[in-house]
Write a new protein. Structure first.
Length: 228
């Protein structure tokens, strides 16, 4: 197989998932836009959001970890239960759910550090130029180099019963192309409009806003996994 054909095949699973699940993706993106509009136009929404920002600031790192665990680990399981996709509650389910929550708690910590670092380097304003610059750095650096590879590696590690030798064997088989790229394609479809909305918010609200959308992203993955 040629290099170009190999990369096309790497994009194919993600593109199929987008084709089958584009309505909820577009819906979440529209909701993100509505949330930003409400924040800037409705005083009650703004007051509520600022209360969340204060809670996040006071909760520190434990609050960040808990937010990620709930968004990525707990809410998807609730979605499965509500849609009849949660078949049984046993020790295997509990272990898988706790591990998923741990992975997304780590991702949330990465996101929080990244947002604060990005504000230091690029600026903490929400001017159009700053918003676009942050979105580009996020999607061209943070997502393909940190968040998506980390989560993929962690779930691959679980799939081989936490064997480092098993994980190394997966990494030898064009791992980034075959394992990371499908998730990255979905990321590049879902997140750019959502991130434009996130970075349009004040810095104090960006993490909390992103965690709400992370929960929506996780729910979409429940349906993608069920379909594909």
């Amino acid at each position: 197989m040629s290099q170009s054909a190999g990369w096309r095949s790497a994009f194919a699973p993600g593109l199929r998932a987008v084709k089958h699940n584009w309505p909820p993706i577009v819906l979440v993106q529209a909701v993100a836009v509505a949330m930003v509009v409400l924040y800037y136009r409705d005083p009650h929404t703004r007051a509520f959001a600022e209360g969340i920002a204060q809670f996040k600031a006071s909760s520190g790192v434990p609050g960040v970890l808990l937010a990620g665990a709930v968004a990525g680990g707990v809410i998807p399981e609730v979605a499965k239960a509500l849609t009849g996709r949660l078949t049984r509650l046993d020790s295997a389910w509990l272990g898988k759910t706790l591990f998923t929550a741990l992975v997304y708690a780590c991702v949330a910590l990465f996101v929080d550090v990244f947002y604060r670092g990005l504000a230091t380097v690029v600026g903490d304003s929400n001017t159009p130029g700053t918003v676009v610059a942050k979105t580009l750095v996020d999607q061209l650096a943070f997502s393909p180099l940190v968040s998506i590879p980390f989560a993929t590696a962690m779930f691959d590690w679980r799939s081989v019963d936490f064997s480092f030798l098993g994980l190394l064997s997966i990494w030898r088989e064009r791992w980034y192309r075959t394992r990371v790229m499908p998730g990255l394609v979905l990321c590049w479809v879902f997140w750019p409009p959502v991130l434009l909305c996130t970075y349009a918010m004040p810095l104090s609200l960006q993490f909390s806003f992103s965690m709400v959308l992370e929960a929506a992203w996780s729910i979409i993955f429940v349906f993608i996994a069920s379909h594909d």
